[in-house]
Design a protein around this ligand. Sequence first.
Ligand code: PRP
Length: 206
Amino acid sequence: MLNIALPKGRLGSKVYKMLESIGYECPEILEDSRKLIFENSEAGVKYFLVKPSDVAIYVEYGAADIGVVGKDILDEGDFDIYELANLGFGTCRMAIAAKNEFREDFDRPLKVATKYPNIAKNYYNSKNREIEIIKLNGSIELAPVLGLSDVIVDIVETGTTLKENGLSVFEEILPISARLIANKSAFKFKEEEITKIVEAVKGQIK
Ligand code: PRP
Protein backbone atom coordinates (compact mmCIF):
# COMPACT_ATOMS: atom_id res chain seq x y z
CA MET A 1 0.00 0.00 0.00
CA LEU A 2 1.35 3.40 -1.01
CA ASN A 3 0.38 6.31 1.26
CA ILE A 4 0.02 9.59 -0.61
CA ALA A 5 -0.33 13.06 0.92
CA LEU A 6 -2.50 15.18 -1.36
CA PRO A 7 -2.75 18.95 -0.88
CA LYS A 8 -6.35 20.07 -0.33
CA GLY A 9 -7.75 22.50 -2.87
CA ARG A 10 -7.03 23.41 -6.47
CA LEU A 11 -3.59 21.82 -6.67
CA GLY A 12 -4.88 18.62 -5.04
CA SER A 13 -7.64 18.22 -7.65
CA LYS A 14 -5.09 18.46 -10.46
CA VAL A 15 -2.78 15.98 -8.73
CA TYR A 16 -5.63 13.53 -8.08
CA LYS A 17 -6.72 13.66 -11.74
CA MET A 18 -3.19 12.90 -12.84
CA LEU A 19 -2.86 9.96 -10.43
CA GLU A 20 -6.31 8.68 -11.40
CA SER A 21 -5.31 8.71 -15.08
CA ILE A 22 -2.31 6.45 -14.35
CA GLY A 23 -4.33 3.85 -12.42
CA TYR A 24 -4.47 5.15 -8.84
CA GLU A 25 -8.16 6.03 -8.85
CA CYS A 26 -10.20 6.49 -5.70
CA PRO A 27 -13.43 8.17 -6.90
CA GLU A 28 -14.80 8.65 -3.39
CA ILE A 29 -12.29 11.48 -3.05
CA LEU A 30 -14.35 13.56 -5.52
CA GLU A 31 -17.47 13.38 -3.35
CA ASP A 32 -18.35 16.37 -1.22
CA SER A 33 -17.45 15.20 2.30
CA ARG A 34 -15.27 16.04 5.29
CA LYS A 35 -13.37 12.74 5.08
CA LEU A 36 -9.59 13.03 5.09
CA ILE A 37 -8.52 9.44 4.31
CA PHE A 38 -9.46 7.53 1.16
CA GLU A 39 -8.35 4.06 0.19
CA ASN A 40 -8.44 1.85 -2.89
CA SER A 41 -6.92 -1.45 -1.78
CA GLU A 42 -7.12 -2.93 -5.27
CA ALA A 43 -5.04 -0.09 -6.68
CA GLY A 44 -2.82 -0.32 -3.56
CA VAL A 45 -3.19 3.32 -2.64
CA LYS A 46 -4.28 5.37 0.34
CA TYR A 47 -4.74 9.15 0.07
CA PHE A 48 -4.53 11.68 2.92
CA LEU A 49 -5.92 15.16 2.34
CA VAL A 50 -3.67 17.66 4.06
CA LYS A 51 -3.14 21.41 4.13
CA PRO A 52 -0.78 22.24 1.22
CA SER A 53 1.85 23.71 3.54
CA ASP A 54 1.86 20.48 5.63
CA VAL A 55 2.44 17.92 2.82
CA ALA A 56 6.23 17.92 3.23
CA ILE A 57 5.90 17.42 7.01
CA TYR A 58 3.75 14.29 6.57
CA VAL A 59 6.26 12.97 4.04
CA GLU A 60 9.36 13.86 6.06
CA TYR A 61 8.03 12.04 9.14
CA GLY A 62 6.92 9.04 7.07
CA ALA A 63 3.18 9.39 7.79
CA ALA A 64 2.93 9.51 3.98
CA ASP A 65 5.35 7.77 1.58
CA ILE A 66 5.00 10.33 -1.16
CA GLY A 67 3.23 13.65 -1.69
CA VAL A 68 2.87 16.63 -3.95
CA VAL A 69 3.90 20.08 -2.81
CA GLY A 70 4.70 23.49 -4.30
CA LYS A 71 8.36 24.40 -4.72
CA ASP A 72 7.63 27.52 -2.63
CA ILE A 73 6.95 25.35 0.45
CA LEU A 74 10.08 23.25 -0.18
CA ASP A 75 12.28 26.34 -0.52
CA GLU A 76 10.83 27.96 2.57
CA GLY A 77 11.26 24.87 4.77
CA ASP A 78 14.24 22.63 5.25
CA PHE A 79 12.76 19.19 4.71
CA ASP A 80 14.73 15.96 4.73
CA ILE A 81 12.93 14.38 1.76
CA TYR A 82 13.64 13.38 -1.86
CA GLU A 83 12.32 15.60 -4.62
CA LEU A 84 11.52 13.14 -7.43
CA ALA A 85 9.81 15.07 -10.21
CA ASN A 86 8.75 18.51 -11.35
CA LEU A 87 5.11 18.01 -12.36
CA GLY A 88 5.06 21.12 -14.53
CA PHE A 89 1.70 22.36 -13.22
CA GLY A 90 0.73 24.55 -10.28
CA THR A 91 3.04 27.07 -11.89
CA CYS A 92 3.42 30.58 -10.52
CA ARG A 93 6.22 32.95 -9.53
CA MET A 94 7.70 34.10 -6.25
CA ALA A 95 7.94 37.83 -6.65
CA ILE A 96 8.52 41.14 -4.91
CA ALA A 97 5.57 43.48 -5.29
CA ALA A 98 4.72 46.95 -4.05
CA LYS A 99 2.32 49.83 -4.65
CA ASN A 100 2.49 50.98 -8.26
CA GLU A 101 4.01 54.33 -7.19
CA PHE A 102 6.52 52.83 -4.68
CA ARG A 103 10.10 54.18 -4.77
CA GLU A 104 12.66 52.43 -2.58
CA ASP A 105 14.55 54.42 0.09
CA PHE A 106 18.00 52.83 0.31
CA ASP A 107 18.90 54.81 3.48
CA ARG A 108 16.77 52.58 5.72
CA PRO A 109 15.92 48.87 6.04
CA LEU A 110 13.19 47.72 3.68
CA LYS A 111 10.00 46.50 5.40
CA VAL A 112 9.01 43.18 3.82
CA ALA A 113 5.69 41.46 4.55
CA THR A 114 5.54 37.78 3.63
CA LYS A 115 4.42 34.23 4.37
CA TYR A 116 7.91 33.18 3.26
CA PRO A 117 10.44 34.74 5.68
CA ASN A 118 13.28 32.37 4.77
CA ILE A 119 12.94 32.88 1.02
CA ALA A 120 12.76 36.66 1.58
CA LYS A 121 15.79 36.69 3.93
CA ASN A 122 17.90 34.58 1.56
CA TYR A 123 17.02 36.75 -1.38
CA TYR A 124 17.80 40.08 0.32
CA ASN A 125 20.95 38.64 1.98
CA SER A 126 22.21 37.78 -1.48
CA LYS A 127 21.68 41.45 -2.42
CA ASN A 128 23.24 42.73 0.84
CA ARG A 129 20.02 44.63 1.49
CA GLU A 130 19.03 45.18 5.09
CA ILE A 131 15.38 44.28 5.72
CA GLU A 132 12.80 43.98 8.46
CA ILE A 133 10.49 40.96 8.04
CA ILE A 134 6.82 41.19 8.92
CA LYS A 135 5.54 37.61 8.94
CA LEU A 136 1.90 37.29 7.90
CA ASN A 137 -0.27 34.26 7.19
CA GLY A 138 -2.46 35.45 4.33
CA SER A 139 -3.92 38.45 2.46
CA ILE A 140 -0.32 39.66 2.18
CA GLU A 141 -1.33 42.25 -0.42
CA LEU A 142 -2.96 44.33 2.32
CA ALA A 143 0.37 45.12 4.00
CA PRO A 144 1.74 47.73 1.57
CA VAL A 145 -1.74 49.16 0.98
CA LEU A 146 -2.13 49.85 4.72
CA GLY A 147 1.49 51.04 5.14
CA LEU A 148 2.45 48.02 7.24
CA SER A 149 5.29 47.20 4.82
CA ASP A 150 7.11 48.70 1.83
CA VAL A 151 6.97 45.53 -0.27
CA ILE A 152 5.70 41.97 -0.16
CA VAL A 153 7.37 38.73 -1.13
CA ASP A 154 4.61 36.41 -2.29
CA ILE A 155 3.45 34.07 -5.00
CA VAL A 156 1.85 35.56 -8.06
CA GLU A 157 -0.23 33.32 -10.28
CA THR A 158 -2.57 35.31 -12.51
CA GLY A 159 -1.57 38.70 -11.05
CA THR A 160 -5.23 39.52 -10.35
CA THR A 161 -4.82 40.00 -6.58
CA LEU A 162 -1.98 42.49 -7.13
CA LYS A 163 -3.85 44.37 -9.85
CA GLU A 164 -7.08 44.65 -7.90
CA ASN A 165 -5.19 46.13 -4.94
CA GLY A 166 -3.10 48.69 -6.85
CA LEU A 167 0.14 46.70 -6.61
CA SER A 168 2.58 45.49 -9.23
CA VAL A 169 5.54 43.14 -9.52
CA PHE A 170 8.90 44.83 -9.02
CA GLU A 171 11.08 41.77 -9.39
CA GLU A 172 10.64 38.05 -9.91
CA ILE A 173 12.62 35.83 -7.54
CA LEU A 174 11.85 32.20 -8.44
CA PRO A 175 9.64 30.16 -10.75
CA ILE A 176 7.38 27.78 -8.77
CA SER A 177 5.66 24.52 -9.71
CA ALA A 178 4.37 21.35 -8.06
CA ARG A 179 6.91 18.68 -7.09
CA LEU A 180 6.50 14.98 -6.34
CA ILE A 181 8.39 14.20 -3.13
CA ALA A 182 9.14 10.99 -1.20
CA ASN A 183 10.07 9.97 2.31
CA LYS A 184 13.69 8.78 2.28
CA SER A 185 13.18 5.40 3.95
CA ALA A 186 9.93 4.71 2.08
CA PHE A 187 11.92 5.28 -1.10
CA LYS A 188 14.26 2.49 0.00
CA PHE A 189 11.60 0.02 1.18
CA LYS A 190 8.93 0.74 -1.45
CA GLU A 191 11.35 1.55 -4.25
CA GLU A 192 9.52 -0.50 -6.88
CA GLU A 193 6.08 1.04 -6.19
CA ILE A 194 7.47 4.56 -5.97
CA THR A 195 9.60 4.23 -9.11
CA LYS A 196 6.56 2.91 -10.99
CA ILE A 197 4.52 5.97 -10.02
CA VAL A 198 7.40 8.36 -10.81
CA GLU A 199 7.85 6.85 -14.29
CA ALA A 200 4.09 6.98 -14.98
CA VAL A 201 3.91 10.58 -13.75
CA LYS A 202 6.89 11.60 -15.89
CA GLY A 203 5.08 10.07 -18.88
CA GLN A 204 2.17 12.43 -18.21
CA ILE A 205 4.27 15.60 -18.01
CA LYS A 206 4.02 17.68 -21.15
C1 PRP B 1 -2.12 33.42 -3.01
C2 PRP B 1 -1.04 34.49 -2.92
C3 PRP B 1 -1.70 35.67 -3.54
C4 PRP B 1 -2.60 35.05 -4.60
C5 PRP B 1 -1.96 35.17 -5.95
O1 PRP B 1 -2.99 33.61 -1.95
O2 PRP B 1 -0.63 34.70 -1.58
O3 PRP B 1 -2.46 36.39 -2.60
O4 PRP B 1 -2.76 33.66 -4.26
O5 PRP B 1 -2.82 34.68 -6.97
P1 PRP B 1 -3.18 35.57 -8.24
O6 PRP B 1 -1.90 36.13 -8.79
O7 PRP B 1 -3.80 34.57 -9.19
O8 PRP B 1 -4.15 36.63 -7.84
P2 PRP B 1 -4.01 32.51 -1.48
O9 PRP B 1 -5.11 32.36 -2.47
O10 PRP B 1 -3.27 31.25 -1.18
O11 PRP B 1 -4.64 33.14 -0.16
P3 PRP B 1 -4.00 33.86 1.09
O12 PRP B 1 -4.19 35.32 0.85
O13 PRP B 1 -4.80 33.36 2.24
O14 PRP B 1 -2.55 33.49 1.22
